[in-house]
Design a protein around this ligand. Structure first.
Ligand code: SAH
Length: 469
């Protein structure tokens, strides 16, 4: 049985700059073979096996031959393979060669176009690649030619009227500027260099052909970057997008779709996910539902499994009409409301308003925190820790919407990650979440009201004061 390879463009970096087809191919894939420049946030929702061919395992870069063979080998196992490449798969980065090899080997394949950094990367820094007043064409050029001994036709390039965009050119920046001047471009021609366009660490500088090399050195700008030459660069200050959370790299629990993710991205932050623990449903006996009593819901997921059990047994929510339903916090109450259930109140272990509840439902380990409550505990699921592969230190802050999310992250961290976590600014949505963070060894906890709209200004004011953004 033959598999299938999709050469998919991942876009310039921002995980939302992916085509709809690319998103579907990723969700259908058995295996994803990806490059160094692909944003890891794109990988978070995927069930597929992920193979990183951009890293340097034991300092040996995976060669193009090995990548080609890997694609063929995986396809021949009958797998749906996504070869995920930054930007557009056929704009440099050897996508064409991969296609040719697959064709020779009679492996069925397709190309899923992506948004190239050569165009979108400029826009992200406020540079339109064409403009009626400044450029009526553009030229995308590799700056890497010297490596294979060939030379660019500098005379031709220097005489183009349009915008010049060099990719893979940072090692040759001085040479590029020198050749353009030598072949007739004024040394005052505007030049911009944009590094990590649309990623959280995007940085850009503006100078001219005569000074760009020094300016780039002063600002320590390196690869990956786009070198843009032409008068369109003069629009950069005017068109540079500015959003309140721009420049921030934030970590949140994985959820798809995630309102928190969308809101943060809309404010200009770059967001990545940590993994949730695996949820394994447990078999449990339902209490005598017809009797009624007080039911405490200590966790949203626990309720979902409880509800499934009710339905499987032939009950629906009407059976809860005899029960006083208490939530542990507002977030859980909100979740229940979305399921058509209004809570009668909130549970606090010292709450004298309510008699001892009959039943508390929750996650198996988390129920241990209700030892002082003498009622029956029903564990509806078990959460199993998952190794966290993210590098905690490259984030400015973490947002925890629930206590369970704190456990999700902390339980999957190695000791070195936990040490970084301890001093990381953590935004805890609600007082129980604050307590959970503190109990987990996190020292820099910022308490925010448990609503997404309250989180945005809290993050902004926290980081503004520290002039990170
Ligand atoms: N296929 C890709 C280009 C791959 S070649 C595309 O269409 O965008 C790799 C080069 O692309 C890098 O050396 C750099 O010059 C450029 N590049 C890719 N992504 C970039 C980004 N987010 N910011 C700046 N340059 C980028």
């Amino acid at each position: 049985m033959g598999g299938f390879v999709s050469l998919v463009g991942a876009g310039p970096g921002n995980p939302e700059l992916l085509t709809i087809l690319a998103k579907r191919r990723l969700s259908e894939a058995d295996v994803v073979v990806y490059d160094r420049l692909v944003n890891p946030a794109l990988m978070a929702p995927l069930a597929a096996e992920k193979i990183d061919v951009g890293k340097l395992p034991q300092h040996h870069k995976v060669s193009q031959y090995q990548i080609n063979d890997l694609l063929v080998e995986q396809a021949r196992k009958g797998k749906r393979v996504v070869r995920l490449k930054s930007g557009d798969p056929y704009v440099f980065g050897r996508g064409g060669e991969e296609g040719q090899y697959l064709q020779q080997q009679r492996v069925a394949f397709e190309v899923v176009p992506g948004i190239t950094s050569a165009i979108a990367g400029l826009g992200a820094a406020g540079i339109p690649i064409t403009h009626r007043d400044f450029a009526s064409s553009f030229h995308v050029i590799t700056g890497h030619h010297k490596a294979d001994g060939t030379q660019l036709d500098w005379e031709n390039i220097a005489h183009q009227e349009g915008t010049l965009v060099f990719l893979m050119g940072m090692g040759e920046l001085g040479h590029i500027a020198e050749q353009l001047i030598k072949n007739g471009r004024a040394s005052s021609t505007p030049v911009a260099v944009i590094q990590w366009a649309t990623h959280w660490n995007q940085r850009s500088v503006k100078a001219d052909l005569g000074t760009i090399e020094t300016v780039v050195e002063t600002h320590h700008i390196g690869s990956p970057a786009l070198i843009v030459v032409g008068n369109v660069v003069s629009l950069m200050d005017e068109l540079n997008p500015e959003l309140p959370l721009q420049g921030l790299h934030l970590l949140i629990p994985f959820k798809d779709p995630s309102k928190l993710f969308s809101k943060l991205q809309d404010q200009g932050a770059a967001v990545n996910f940590f993994k949730r623990r695996t949820q394994v449903p447990l078999t449990f006996d339902l209490p005598d539902m017809l009797k009624g009593g007080t039911l405490v819901i200590s966790d949203q997921t626990a309720f979902d499994f409880f509800e499934h059990r009710l339905l499987d047994t032939g009950y629906d929510q009407r059976v809860l009409s005899k029960w006083r339903v208490l939530a542990l916090n507002q977030a859980i109450a909100g979740h229940l409301k979305r399921h058509g259930l209004l809570v009668d109140g909130y549970f606090e272990s010292d709450n004298s308003l309510f008699s001892e509840p009959e039943i508390v439902i929750g996650e198996e380990t988390a129920l241990g925190r209700f030892k002082e409550v003498k009622s029956q505990k029903i564990a509806t699921y078990r959460a199993i820790p998952v190794n966290q592969t993210i590098e905690v230190g490259c984030f400015h802050g973490i947002i925890f919407p629930s206590s369970a999310s704190v456990d999700d992250l902390v339980s999957g961290c190695r000791d070195s990650q936990k040490r970084q976590l301890a001093s990381m600014p953590c935004f805890a949505m609600g007082k129980q979440v604050v307590a959970r963070c503190q109990a987990s060894g996190i020292r820099n906890v910022i308490s925010v009201n448990p609503s997404i709209d309250a989180v945005m200004p809290a993050i902004q004011s926290y980081f503004k004061c520290r002039s990170v953004i």
